[in-house]
Design a protein around this ligand. Sequence first.
Ligand code: OSB
Ligand code: MG
Length: 377
Amino acid sequence: MTSELPLLTVERARIRVVELPLLAPFTTSFGTQTVRRAVLVELEGDGAAGIGECAAGIEPAYSSETAAGAVEVLREYILPAVLGKPAADPRGQARRWAWVRGHNMAKAAAEMALLDQAGHAAGISLKAMLGGVKDRIECGVSIGIQASLGATLETVEGFLEQGYRRIKLKCKPGYDVTLARAVRERFPETPVMLDANSAYTLQDVAALRALDEFGLMMIEQPLAHDDLLDHAALQGQIRTPICLDESIESLTDLRAAIALRSGQILNLKAGRVGGLLPSIDLQATAAAAGWPVWCGGMLETGIGRAANLAVASLPGFTLPGDTSASDRYFERDVITEPFRLASDGTMAVPQGPGLGVDVDRERLEQITVHQENVGRS
Ligand code: OSB
Ligand code: MG
């Protein structure tokens, strides 16, 4: 955190669950998603309000966290740790729930709301609070497994026409080499990568080595979420750089991955590592080790997307991320000004106070499926 942030109290806290239908189903090696269910945290105190979005999905498939679990942990432990307590800056507030083991995505949602509140109180952007250095972010797009190779190629073409600078394709055992070959033949120059979401084991090394000939930028999370040793063994046998996603839930994980050479690139998602403030340390540590970093995504609404763009403006983030425009996901986002991709494939980092987005209250009410006040409020 570069700037001094105001000491604030949290006087009121609310948890809200929203469901925003996706424009198209999103299929990975672990399942298909048709809706983004997001837990939102709304905070108020000292005349300033903040909102944060939780990355957790409906099922514990990508991570052990779920939206329903996040609601419980926020209600019972995380929000009571700060509600009505003496004023503190966001880092000080976050320390109050550090005793809670795990639940990084729930913590990150509360932290995002605190930072938004502090930004509103101080009149500074999240980008400035985090120490961001860029005003525009290069954007890639993450494409789910489609019904056919033909449909995949058409989808890729559509996104390239919009300007996206990097294509990420979800893959799984048996749907990898044919996919990479077809995309390479049709788009020989396009930066392309695959994301396996932990679908392989070391038994699959032949198929993974066969991917080497396609000049992929990287393969994301080929092996189990907790297997840094096998990732290191695999990286020793393939040329394609391994990018870690699910494996890295803390700075400790990242330091181990660097020491073991379990990969070469980091997909950084603030939710996965417990917040935006911890993300500052991870991107600096990755940069010091020569690991490029890029900002991942969890199909966030415009609220979480604003935070992703802010963190992606930090100096360690040197590759295009999964920071796609609102219209890649939703018919109508939950913010008044949806995020739009410029024809050069970049998106602007919000400059206004806090997250720098205005929530579309009418849309928010429309998509709310549950809400509750926390504590006495
Ligand atoms: O593995 O990066 C992933 C979405 C949900 C869960 C996990 C992942 C993803 C994506 C989509 O790849 C990224 C995005 O566009 O938000
Ligand atoms: Mg991934």
